[in-house]
Design a protein. Structure first.
Length: 291
């Protein structure tokens, strides 16, 4: 029997997505954005890309997220892969935030599809989205500007943000960990712990690890290089390892899960936070001011 050398993503999913997405609208978007002007605004030349990020394709896209095509097709495709509905799934994270946070950080914010709802729900809060892909950040800023939301988008590595200690009330991430090796996910949680003030909340919305373990065929089709390792792991255990308390997870429909934890109010003196300071590196921290 002849076998195709094409990845399963190209064989099965791309033909479906090609029927669902509006190619003309995507082309118009590509042409409307002045990429030559926008990309340098969201590129910090000091950011070093980790190997796992550049050495793999994600969802069949070469060069992963460092690619305009990945950025402009991300939203049209993602709307079909978050059952029972993208808005509902993302809102599960936004609604789980307690109190009135003053500073919120969305790590691996991508095109800002959770960052924007965060700002809408907490208009008084300073909201920052951080991502390794300038292309994704250009899209996020474009969406924030169109929605007249004042959000800062910053080029950086979630594992090593360079942001000041104890300077956030909420750190969250959506759909990030299934795309990072588990060791990187754990390092990102350690960094989140450092960034949160005492009592600060961490929230992680991602694929449901139990479901993914039971549906290995899904993992093959989506061409996600780290999703099997993610499925074998346990976000709650990683949160505990990073120092968070009151850790728990809940199912979000059957394909996703939301995990939470809090930074303890008091913790060992040698881990005590220093008072928040201004960000030292102003590079590539670009605010999407309302239009
Ligand atoms: C599947 S997308 C999720 C985007 C967005 N959070 C969402 O919910 O739609 C994963 C994103 O994580 C980013 N990413 C991966 N590793 C990262 C890291 N170490 N630091 C910052 N961003 C990272 C990618 O560039 C990509 O934009």
């Amino acid at each position: 029997m002849a076998t195709s050398s094409k990845p399963l993503f190209d064989q099965f999913l791309m033909p479906i997505f090609e029927r669902l997405i509006d190619r003309e609208a995507i082309l118009r978007l590509r042409q409307r954005i002045d990429w030559d002007t926008e990309l340098p605004r969201f590129t910090n030349p000091q950011v070093a890309y980790p190997d796992y990020y550049t050495a793999h394709n994600f969802h069949g896209v070469k060069n992963g997220y460092l690619n305009i095509d990945a950025a402009i097709t991300y939203d049209p495709i993602t709307q079909y892969v978050l059952p029972p509905g993208e808005t509902w799934v993302r809102e599960s994270l936004v609604k789980a935030i307690q109190g009135q946070p003053r500073r919120i950080l969305d790590l691996g914010c991508g095109t800002g599809s959770t960052t924007l709802p965060l700002k809408r729900r907490f208009p008084q809060a300073e909201v920052i989205g951080l991502d390794l892909s300038p292309q994704m950040l250009v899209m996020a800023a474009d969406k924030a500007k169109a929605a007249q939301l004042d959000i800062t988008f910053r080029h950086g590595n979630a594992a090593e943000t360079g942001l000041p200690e104890a300077s956030f009330d909420v750190v969250c991430m959506t759909l990030l960990f299934h795309e990072t090796p588990p060791d990187v996910a754990k390092t990102i949680l350690k960094e989140s712990f450092r960034l949160l003030g005492p009592g600060g909340q961490v929230l992680i919305l991602d694929g449901n690890q139990r479901t993914l373990r039971a549906t290995d065929w899904l993992n093959q089709i989506f061409e996600e290089p780290f999703i099997r390792d993610y499925a074998q792991g346990n976000v709650e255990a990683w949160l505990g390892w990073a120092g968070f308390e009151t850790v728990r997870s809940e199912d979000v429909f059957w394909l996703n899960q939301l995990s939470y934890g809090r930074k303890p109010i008091s913790y060992p003196a040698n881990a005590a936070p220093s008072p928040p300071t201004q960000t030292e590196n102003p590079y590539a921290e670009t605010s999407a001011q309302p239009a």
